[in-house]
Design a protein around this ligand. Structure first.
Ligand code: HEM
Length: 457
């Protein structure tokens, strides 16, 4: 079933957009697959808290358990309510210093690699994933891992599990549990899962012991509340909290959802800067000017609204290369539209975030990187549900402010300290995956800016 663009105008909150609303593809008699890229059905589907399609997510369940990403129904609703305070601005504000610290560590690492100020080519995902994992470890557990410089066993296992998941998704025979678990990758998966779980269990236990003995157990210099504090103190109206297993599932979920997504966002932003040198120079001028006014080059929470060009480039990069390009829902009740069309119960809805972001009837020159779309005077031209890098509705990304602020601090710090240019020796080929990545990574030349020249400006 497909709308005819010539005959029909679908309207969404005052915007009239001629476009097929969705197409239902029938796989045999039982399984309609609904491909959705028009804002109106996207709104209708995302307004519900319908469960996600389990096929791929079931592969993640032994690692992530029943955390927010994978849980459904009452359990999801309760835990989402209990965890939401953990993403309140008052909790997130002090994390700006943590993000800045992790970004500074990457600057030192890269400066050491660029001997005598010479450019070197680096693969972005690898270095930036370690940076985001470093930040998460501090924000979740208050653990200083130094993982950008030294291998940390927990981080190694998280990275291994992420890679094994992507490999499993790409290799169809491994979709069958029995075959996978008899394979060498299946063995490595079980080993890494055991290591990750035993680490999280031990940190949770240590923190619980410390809470019993606040005089001796707590780090008195700690200036922020970490996620573990929030998870351990979260209570229902009847006073019941989260079990150890639930805390472990949520922690593992944040580590998975929070590192690769943000790393993808930062890496694609740097790629955009590398292929758009004028925009890169514009962002750098803005950052240099702001640091000069501020009197130092360290960003805090309150600075983050003062970098409009950088913010617009980040938003445009998230439009062109959304870190989560597709999400899915299992429709459990018919969804009807005023024109009598219906998405039937049982449908597997595929919400194509990338196609929504490039819908040519919403976005003019949709493939063009144009940050001005997000200038404050142009925001009114973007129809609701046409830009959803963090999804929308009740099951949207709980970590979006965390992620955006980490992105702003990391991107600003890196663009301030280095110039980026594209390394044509390694081509960019998109890889079909849960997270927007490329087959061979993103290789960019990084050239350190002369710190004396920066100071003189
Ligand atoms: C640029 C970075 C990020 C992007 C683009 C992103 C995007 C998304 C999207 C599209 C979803 C919806 C998934 C679905 O419906 O299947 C989601 C869910 C989620 N995200 Fe993020 N995310 C990012 C960073 C983070 C961070 C940093 C955290 C945690 C610290 C996080 C935690 C979660 C969780 C727990 C969910 C599940 C929410 C629920 O179902 O209630 N994300 N994210």
């Amino acid at each position: 079933m497909t709308g005819n663009p010539k005959e029909k105008m679908w309207s969404i909150e005052g915007f009239r957009i001629p476009y097929p609303k969705y197409s239902v593809i029938w796989f045999g008699p039982f399984l309609p697959v609904t491909n959705t890229y028009h804002p109106e059905p996207v709104k209708a589907i995302l307004a519900t808290s319908e469960p996600k399609e389990d096929y791929i997510f079931d592969m993640l369940r032994p690692w992530l358990g029943d955390g927010l990403l994978l849980s459904t129904g009452k359990k999801w609703a309760r835990n989402r309510r209990l965890l939401t305070p953990g993403f309140h601005f008052d909790v997130l504000k002090p994390y700006a210093k943590i993000f800045q610290g992790s970004a500074n560590d990457l600057v030192s690492k890269w400066r050491k690699l660029c001997k005598n100020g010479k450019p070197v080519s680096r693969e972005m995902f690898t270095d930036i994933s370690l940076l985001t994992l470093d930040g998460l470890l501090k924000c979740i557990f208050s653990v200083e891992s130094n993982c950008q410089e030294e291998k940390h066993p927990y981080i190694r296992s998280v990275v291994e599990l992420t890679q094994l998941t992507m490999e499993r998704i790409r290799f169809l025979p491994h979709h069958i549990d029995l075959i996978y678990h008899l394979s060498y990758n299946g063995y490595k998966w079980r080993r890494a899962t055991r290591r990750v779980h035993s680490y999280t269990k031990s940190v949770i236990q240590k923190r619980k012991d410390a809470l019993k003995d606040p005089q001796n157990g707590r780090d008195k210099n700690k200036k922020y509340i970490d996620f573990l504090d929030i998870l351990l103190s979260a209570k229902d109206e009847d006073g019941s909290g989260l079990t150890d297993q639930e805390i472990q599932d949520e922690v593992d979920t944040f580590m998975f959802e929070g590192h690769d997504t943000t790393a993808s966002g930062v890496s694609w932003f740097l790629y955009a800067m590398a292929i758009k040198p004028k925009l890169q120079a514009k962002c750098r001028r803005e950052i240099d000017g702001y640091f000069q006014l501020k009197g130092n080059d360290q960003l805090e929470w309150d600075d983050l609204n003062n970098l409009p060009s950088l913010t617009m480039c980040i938003k445009e990069s998230l439009r062109i290369n959304p870190p989560v390009p597709v999400i899915t829902r299992r429709i459990t009740q018919d969804i009807s539209f005023p024109d009598d069309t219906v998405i039937p119960a049982g449908a597997f809805a595929v919400i194509l975030i990338e196609a929504i972001h490039k819908n040519p009837l919403v976005w003019k020159d949709a493939d063009l990187f144009d940050p001005e779309r997000f200038a404050s005077e142009n925001l009114k031209n973007i129809p609701p549900y046409s830009y959803i890098p963090f999804s929308a509705g009740p099951r949207n990304c709980i970590g979006q402010h965390f992620a955006l602020n980490e992105m702003k601090i990391t991107c600003a710090t890196l663009v301030y300290n280095f110039e980026f240019s594209y390394n044509p020796a390694v081509s960019i080929e998109i890889e079909e995956s849960l997270i927007r990545r490329t087959k061979n990574g993103i290789h960019l030349f990084i050239t350190p800016r002369d710190s004396h020249a920066i100071a003189r400006q």
